[in-house]
Design a protein around this ligand. Structure first.
Ligand code: SAH
Ligand code: SF4
Ligand code: F3S
Length: 478
C-alpha cells in the first residue's frame, strides 16, 4: 500500500469547534474491537505529553489502550515502534517545542523507517497545525485530536498497515466511560469529572480544542474514587477546565460541584484536590464544602489572569477585581490557612503600565503562595488575536520579570509559615537533588524534602519542617 493513502481524512474547523448547540451529550462505554486485540504484541510505544493535567490524564488513558492492545512502554526513543506526541496549544512556545521535536524524530526514521510517528491532543484541533503538518511533516502518519482517543486502536492498526490517518473532529464532544487507564503514579490519581469549556475567555484556545462543557455522572465519579481508594490510592485530583461548572449540563437533576465534593468527602479516599476553578463560578456552597475539611485539601488554584477590571472585561472573564477579592476573603474565612495559587497573563493586548500595576497590587493583596505567569500569546481563531498589541518584546518580558519578583516574595512568605510545624506528606519518591531524602506534597500542596525514618513511596507520614525555601520545605520524619 502506498504511503499516501489515507484511511481517514477529516481536518479541523475552528468555525465548527466554536458552535454550542443544546444537544444531549452522548455517553458510551469503551470497547476494543476483537480485530485489534493483540495487535500491539511485540511492539513498543513512547508517549510524550505536553500541557495541562487534562492531557496527562488523557495520556494515561492512551497508554491504557495501547497496553490493552499488547504494546509495551519504552523510555528509549529510538526503540519505539510507535511514538505519540500528546500536545498543547495554549501558547506559541508550547507548539514550537513540539514542531522541534517532530523534526528531531525525522532523523530516527532513517535508522528505523518502520517507526510510526503520531500527534494528538490540542494542537491538531487547530487548522494551522494540520496545514503545517501536511506541508512540512509528511512523515507524521497519525493525526487526531481530543475527541477521539477511544479510536486509537483503529488508528494505530491502519498506520501499521501503511495508511495515513488524519481524523480531527470539531464536534462539541461526548463522554466515553471505561477506557483502561495506566496510571503514572502509585498513590495519586487524576479523575476527570468534566470535559470541555464554555467560558470563551478571549485569549484562550481551549473552548475550541476541547469542545463544550460536559459532566460525567456523579455515580461514575464516586465509583471510580472508591475503587481507587480500595486499590491503595491515597489522593485524587478532580479535573476539569472549569470544575465549578460541573453539573450545569445535567437535565435529570440539580447537582453541582459542591454536591460532588460533599459526596466525595464521605468516601474512603484520604485526599481530594481539584483543578481548575473559575472565579466567577466558584460559589459559596463550594467554599462551604471545602470547609468540611477531612479529605478535602486546603489548597486552591484560582486563576485571576489580571487585577484590572478593564483588562478582565476584554478578556471576557466575567468578574471584577472586587468580586475576586470577595471570594478570596470568603475562602480565607471558611478555610483558615488555605493556600491559594493563581495564573496571570501579562501584556494582554492594550494592557497599560497602570493596568499592569493593578495586577501587581492584587498579587500583594491576596498574597498568593504561587503563581504561573505568562506573556500573552495570540491564538489564531480567538477574538484577542485580532486586538492590537503595541508592546515590544522587551516590555513584555520586563513586565513578566517584575511580576515574578513580587510573586516569588509572597511564595517564600507562604512557605515560611510552615517552619517548625508538623505537616502530613504523601511520599512520592527520592528527592531530586539528594537521594538520601524522600519527597512528597503536604496538605497545602507544598513540596517537602525530608529525612525518612520508615517512610516509603505511597505512605502518608508526619514531617516536622525545619527550614522553608522558595520552592520546597525541608524537614524530618517524626
Ligand atoms: N481552564 C483553566 C486553565 C487554562 S490554561 C483556567 O481557566 O484557568 C492555563 C493558563 O494558561 C490560563 O489560566 C492562562 O493564564 C494561560 N493562558 C491561556 N491562554 C493563554 C494565551 N493565549 N497566552 C498566554 N497565556 C494563556
Ligand atoms: Fe480557557 Fe477561560 Fe476556559 Fe480557562 S476558563 S480554559 S482560560 S476559556
Ligand atoms: Fe493545553 Fe489543551 Fe490543556 S491547549 S492547557 S493541553 S486543554
Amino acid at each position: 500500500m502506498s504511503n499516501n493513502t489515507y484511511s481517514k481524512l477529516i481536518e479541523p474547523s475552528i468555525k465548527d469547534a466554536r458552535k454550542r448547540r443544546k444537544e444531549e451529550i452522548k455517553f458510551s462505554i469503551f470497547d476494543i474491537n476483537p480485530k485489534y486485540l493483540n495487535f500491539g504484541v511485540g511492539k513498543k510505544y513512547h508517549l510524550k505529553t505536553y500541557g495541562c493535567q487534562g492531557n496527562l490524564s488523557d495520556s494515561e488513558k492512551m497508554a491504557g489502550i495501547l497496553e490493552a492492545l499488547g504494546f509495551i512502554a519504552t523510555d528509549i526513543e529510538t526503540e519505539a515502534d510507535f511514538v505519540l506526541f500528546n500536545t498543547c496549544a495554549i501558547r506559541e512556545n508550547a507548539e514550537e517545542r513540539v514542531f522541534g521535536e517532530l523534526g528531531r524524530f525525522q532523523k530516527f526514521l532513517k535508522q528505523k523507517p518502520d517507526m510510526i510517528i503520531g500527534i494528538c491532543g490540542c494542537m491538531p484541533q487547530e487548522e494551522k497545525t494540520v496545514r503545517r503538518l501536511k506541508k512540512s511533516f509528511p512523515y507524521v502518519k497519525v493525526v487526531f485530536g481530543t475527541h477521539n482517543i477511544s479510536s486509537l486502536p483503529e488508528y494505530v492498526y491502519d498506520a501499521f498497515n501503511g495508511q495515513k490517518v488524519v481524523e480531527v473532529l470539531s464536534i462539541e464532544g461526548n463522554i466515553v466511560e471505561n477506557i483502561p487507564v495506566k496510571r503514572d503514579h502509585l498513590a495519586k490519581a487524576w479523575v476527570d469529572i468534566m470535559y470541555g469549556c464554555d467560558e470563551f475567555c478571549t485569549y484562550c484556545i481551549v473552548p475550541y480544542t476541547r469542545g463544550k462543557e460536559r459532566s460525567r455522572k456523579p455515580e461514575s465519579i464516586i465509583e471510580e474514587v472508591e475503587a481507587l481508594a480500595k486499590a491503595g490510592y491515597i489522593e485524587v485530583t478532580l479535573l476539569g477546565q472549569n470544575v465549578n461548572a460541573y453539573g450545569k449540563d445535567f437535565t435529570d437533576r440539580e447537582y453541582g460541584f459542591a454536591n460532588l465534593l460533599e459526596d466525595l468527602n464521605k468516601t474512603s479516599i484520604k485526599r481530594i484536590r481539584y483543578t481548575t476553578s473559575h472565579p466567577r463560578d466558584l460559589d459559596l456552597a463550594t467554599i462551604k464544602a471545602m470547609a468540611l475539611g477531612g479529605n478535602i485539601m486546603p489548597n486552591l488554584h484560582l486563576p485571576v489572569q489580571s487585577g484590572n477590571n478593564e483588562v478582565l472585561k476584554r478578556m471576557n472573564r466575567k468578574y471584577t477585581k472586587e468580586e475576586y477579592m470577595e471570594k478570596i476573603n470568603l475562602l480565607k474565612e471558611y478555610v483558615p490557612g488555605i493556600s491559594i495559587t493563581t495564573d496571570i497573563i501579562v501584556a494582554f493586548p492594550g494592557e497599560t503600565e497602570e493596568q499592569f500595576q493593578d495586577t501587581v497590587e492584587l498579587v500583594k493583596e491576596v498574597e498568593f503562595e504561587g503563581a504561573f505567569t505568562f506573556i500573552y500569546s495570540p491564538r489564531e481563531g480567538t477574538p484577542a488575536a485580532n486586538y492590537e498589541n503595541l508592546l515590544t518584546e522587551e516590555q513584555k518580558h520586563d513586565r513578566l520579570n517584575r511580576l515574578n519578583d513580587v510573586v516569588n516574595a509572597h511564595s517564600l512568605k507562604g512557605q515560611m509559615r510552615f517552619e517548625n510545624q508538623v505537616v502530613e506528606v504523601l511520599v512520592e519518591g527520592p528527592s531530586k537533588n539528594n537521594p538520601e531524602l524522600l519527597c512528597g506534597y503536604s496538605e497545602h500542596n507544598k513540596l517537602v524534602n525530608f529525612t525518612p525514618k520508615t517512610a516509603k513511596v505511597g505512605d502518608l507520614v508526619k514531617v516536622k519542617i525545619i527550614k522553608a525555601y522558595s520552592w520546597h520545605l525541608l524537614g524530618e520524619e517524626l
